[in-house]
Design a protein around this ligand. Structure first.
Ligand SMILES: Nc1nc2c(ncn2[C@@H]2O[C@H](COP(=O)(O)OP(=O)(O)OP(=O)(O)O)[C@@H](O)[C@H]2O)c(=O)[nH]1
Length: 322
């Protein structure tokens, strides 16, 4: 410590003496190596690190101590939940003179993952998933939340039904009366007119927050993302050729969904693996300029799931024969 330098945090008292809930730093750029299978390499995180300041007479906390602890963490080769718990314990310990008993760290970053195309062999591209880890140590109690965001495509089931009605009407107008029609005639008509009305579909977002245990070996971000994508079935793609685009069109047609359907599917899928799962979905509608949204708070005890309902989600993508 350099005693020649003035230290107002130590020599002055605040003009207004009051405890503070959180004090620290926000948006620190820092690389991290996560213990995350499927995500090699460091992630560029924006970190928030803060402690509480119960001592009303202390002017300022020790920012530099917290910064250095975070910096030490960035040197770890594979960060696990227990590393975050250790960091928070050190932050509290280093601020005993401030009567600190709570600390939190929030890491915001993107997971960049290689994803294969739906059909074309060896075609793949990079996909970015926004993620957030929030760990809190509150008077000795550690809690950890992980949040991921997944982009997908949603096609409106109501719009699809309305479109089908117009297609059927067009068909009747083209083939009036009860005259017999050959399969070739119907096929030719469909090839040209099956899209005379098309349902609206849009890029959509699912944001899911789950609670993790401090002794978990990793943060489980990729399994969570994979599970959400599997249940939604139409995650946005990276590299596509026409065969992949056609497969995507098929998947969308087989998975018409309202924003409510998407939220319920995710909630149902995460019921077993996670104690709590907060689900928030957003369809950035192309029908209008506002969004359709749905949230589920993870309390599924009152939900009923009808498993006898036919599930078209896993119909195989048909082979192209013409
Ligand atoms: N507490 C606090 N410090 C700030 C703020 N803005 C900048 N700083 C500076 O952050 C620097 C690091 O703070 P400290 O950890 O107290 O630094 P230090 O006194 O050299 O380190 P210690 O001897 O370990 O306390 C200091 O130069 C502070 O003035 C602020 O809003 N609050």
């Amino acid at each position: 410590m350099n005693r020649d330098l003035p230290d107002v945090a130590a020599t002055e008292t605040p003009s207004i003496q009051a405890p503070l809930q959180w004090v620290g730093m926000s948006r620190i750029d820092i690389p991290f190596h996560l213990a995350e299978p499927g995500c090699p390499g460091p992630v560029h995180a924006m970190a928030d690190v803060q402690v509480n300041l119960p001592a009303a007479t202390i002017k300022g906390i020790h920012m530099s101590r917290i910064y250095r602890m975070l910096d030490d963490l960035s040197r770890q080769t594979a960060i696990t939940p227990s590393h975050l718990e250790t960091l928070l314990g050190q932050m509290v310990e280093s601020h005993r003179d401030c009567e600190t008993d709570s600390a939190r760290v929030i890491l915001n970053f993107n997971l960049l993952v290689r994803r294969p195309a739906l059909k074309t062999p060896e075609l793949a591209g990079w996909k970015s998933y926004p993620a957030r880890l929030e760990a809190t140590l509150a008077r000795g109690h550690f809690s950890l939340e992980a949040r991921v965001q997944v982009e997908y495509s949603s096609t409106c089931p109501c719009s699809a039904a309305l479109s089908r009605q117009l297609v059927a009407r067009g068909f009747r107008e083209h083939f009036p009366g009860d005259k017999a029609v050959t399969t070739d005639e119907v096929t030719a008509w469909l090839k040209q007119h099956a899209t005379l009305a098309t349902p609206h579909s849009q890029r959509s977002e699912a944001q899911v927050t789950v609670t993790l245990a401090s002794n978990a070996p990793d943060f489980g971000l990729m399994p969570l993302i994979d599970q959400i994508e599997e249940v939604l079935t139409t995650p946005v793609q990276t590299a596509v050729k026409r065969a992949d685009e056609q497969a995507f069109a098929w998947l969308n047609g087989q998975n018409l969904m309202y924003v409510e359907d998407a939220a319920r599917r995710i909630q149902h899928a995460l019921l077993k693996p996670y104690a709590t799962a907060l689900v928030h979905v957003r369809h950035l509608e192309s029908l209008h300029s506002h969004d359709a949204v749905a949230s589920a708070n993870g309390n599924v005890s009152s939900a009923r799931f009808y498993t006898e309902e036919p599930d078209s989600r896993h119909n195989p993508i048909p082979q192209n024969s013409d």
